[in-house]
Design a protein around this ligand. Structure first.
Ligand SMILES: Cc1cc2nc3c(=O)[nH]c(=O)nc-3n(C[C@H](O)[C@H](O)[C@H](O)COP(=O)(O)OP(=O)(O)OC[C@H]3O[C@@H](n4cnc5c(N)ncnc54)[C@H](O)[C@@H]3O)c2cc1C
Length: 394
C-alpha cells in the first residue's frame, strides 16, 4: 500500500527546504519534491543581511564575503559610498546553503525526491493527491497536507486555491571572471531605463555576478548595460549567456486553503525594493511550519485553522511590504535628473548615515519620505506618495 505522509512540499528552494527541515525535525513525515537535480541553483545573487546569520547560523559556512560597504553610481556617474564599521550584508554560496538545509531535513523523516515535475494536485476532504513526472513515467503521492513552495510564476497555485502575486519584475544576471572590485557596486540611471538598477557583486576568487533588475525587456536592457559598463571596466569579459528569471513584488492576498499553505516566491514573499526573497521566504517557512505542525498534531488542517498562518505572517510582514511597494513605485517614476538630485541630497543631508537594516527597509523609507526628498519630484508624484503614507499611517 502507498504510504501516506504528513506533508508533501513542492519546491526545494529556501522556502521549501526550510519548511521540510522544520516539520521533519518536529517528528512529521515529509516528501520534498523538486524538478531540479541540483537544488538551490536557481538564478540568484545570494545577498542576505548580516541579521540573517542570527536566524540561520549555519549560513556562516557558506559566506563568500561580508559586505561592509557599497559603491552607488548615480545616473550622472557620480560615485557615492556607504561604509559601516560592522558588516551590513553577506554574499553567500546560496546553492550549497540551500542544499545543506534539504540534506539536514533528510536526516529526519524527509524523503528528498529530485527530478520530479509536479503536474497535478488535487485536494479532497481527507488528503492531497499529487501526480508527478519522473523520467517520463507518472508517479503518484498522497499526503495529509501540502506546502506549495514552487517559486515564481508557478501555475500550481491556482490548482490549490492560492492567490497569485499581481506585480512582477525581472532579473537578468551572468557570472563573470572579474576581480577588479572588492565591494558591491550598484548602478542607477544612465543606460538603465526608469525603475531598473544594475549591480556587480564580487564573490570569491576571480568571480563576480553582473546583473540588472526591472520591469520589461531585461535581456535587451542587460546587453545595453553591459556594453556601457565596458567603458568603465575595459577588462570585463562576458563568456556566459545571460539568465533571466522573474520576481514577484506584491504579496498574494490568500496564502492558505484547505490542507494547503503557500510560502516564498509563489505567494510573493519578497522585498519589493531589491527583489531579495531568501530571508523572507525562510522566515515565512518558519511561520507556516509552526501552524502546520500544530494542525497536523491536532488533526485540524481546515482552511479556518490554517488562516492562522496568514494572520501571523501579516502581523510581521504586511506593512513592511506595503512600504517597500511604495518605495518601488516611487523609484520607478523617477527620471535620471530626479535620481541625481535625490542621491546627492540623501548623502549630503546625512539621511544615509542612519542605521540601515538590509532586510527591513520600511523604517528608512518612511524616514526618507519625511525629509525633503519629495521636493525633488513632480507634484503629482508627491501627492500620490503623501496619500499612500497617510493611508498606511491610519
Ligand atoms: C536575478 C535575481 C537575483 C536575486 N538575488 C537575490 C539576492 O541577492 N538575495 C535574495 O534574498 N534574493 C534574491 N533573489 C530572489 C530569490 O532568489 C528568491 O526570492 C528565492 O529563491 C525564493 O525562494 P523560494 O523557495 O520561494 O523559490 P525558488 O528558490 O524559486 O524555489 C522553488 C523551487 O520549486 C521548484 N519547482 C517549481 N515548479 C515545480 C514543479 N512543478 N515541480 C517540482 N518542482 C518545482 C523549482 O525547481 C525550485 O527549486 C534574486 C532573484 C533573481 C531573479
Amino acid at each position: 500500500m502507498k504510504k501516506i505522509v504528513d506533508t508533501i512540499i513542492v519546491g526545494a528552494g529556501p522556502a521549501g527546504s526550510q519548511c521540510a527541515y522544520n516539520l521533519s525535525s518536529q517528528g512529521h513525515s515529509v516528501i520534498l519534491l523538486d524538478y531540479r537535480e541540483n537544488i538551490g541553483n536557481k538564478l540568484c545573487t545570494g545577498i542576505v543581511s548580516s541579521e540573517f546569520e542570527n536566524f540561520y547560523p549555519d549560513v556562516s559556512k557558506f559566506i563568500y564575503r561580508k559586505a561592509y560597504s557599497a559603491s552607488i553610481f548615480s545616473p550622472s556617474g557620480k560615485l557615492l559610498k556607504i561604509k559601516r564599521n560592522s558588516p551590513q550584508a553577506l554574499i553567500i554560496d546560496r546553492e550549497s546553503f540551500i542544499r545543506e538545509i534539504a540534506f539536514n531535513a533528510e536526516k529526519f523523516d524527509t524523503k528528498l525526491k529530485l527530478g520530479r515535475i509536479v503536474e497535478k494536485i488535487e485536494v479532497d476532504s481527507k488528503f492531497v493527491h499529487i501526480k508527478a513526472k519522473y523520467k517520463g513515467a507518472l508517479e503518484e503521492y498522497t499526503s495529509r497536507s501540502l506546502v506549495l513552495a514552487s517559486g515564481f510564476g508557478s501555475r500550481l497555485s491556482k490548482m490549490v486555491g492560492l492567490d497569485t502575486p499581481k506585480t512582477k519584475i525581472f532579473g537578468a544576471q551572468i557570472k563573470i571572471n572579474f576581480n577588479s572590485i572588492d565591494e558591491v557596486n550598484v548602478f542607477t540611471g544612465h543606460s538603465l531605463p526608469k525603475g531598473f538598477f544594475g549591480w556587480i557583486v564580487p564573490l570569491n576568487d576571480n568571480y563576480s555576478y553582473l546583473g540588472v533588475l526591472g520591469k520589461n525587456n531585461p535581456k535587451e536592457i542587460f546587453e545595453h548595460f553591459c556594453s556601457n559598463l565596458k567603458n568603465r571596466y575595459k577588462e570585463l569579459n562576458f563568456f556566459n549567456n545571460v539568465d533571466i528569471w522573474g520576481i514577484p513584488v506584491s504579496p498574494s492576498s490568500k496564502i492558505f486553503s484547505n490542507r494547503v499553505v503557500g510560502i516564498g516566491d509563489v505567494v510573493g514573499q519578497v522585498k519589493p525594493t531589491t527583489g531579495g526573497g531568501i530571508y523572507f521566504s525562510m522566515r515565512s517557512a518558519d511561520l507556516a511550519s509552526q501552524v502546520l505542525s500544530e494542525g497536523l498534531t491536532s488533526d485540524n488542517l481546515s482552511e479556518e485553522f490554517l488562516s492562522k498562518y496568514q494572520k501571523s505572517w501579516e502581523n510581521i510582514f504586511k506593512k513592511e511590504l506595503q512600504i517597500g511597494q511604495l518605495a518601488r513605485f516611487f523609484y520607478e517614476s523617477l527620471s535620471d535628473d530626479e535620481i541625481n538630485n535625490i542621491i546627492n541630497y540623501l548623502f549630503e543631508s546625512g539621511v544615509l548615515d542612519k542605521e540601515i537594516s538590509f532586510d527591513w527597509h520600511s523604517e528608512l523609507v518612511m524616514y526618507a519620505f519625511k525629509t525633503k526628498i519629495l521636493n525633488f519630484v513632480k507634484s503629482p508624484m508627491k501627492k500620490a506618495v503623501q496619500k499612500v503614507i497617510y493611508s498606511l499611517n491610519k
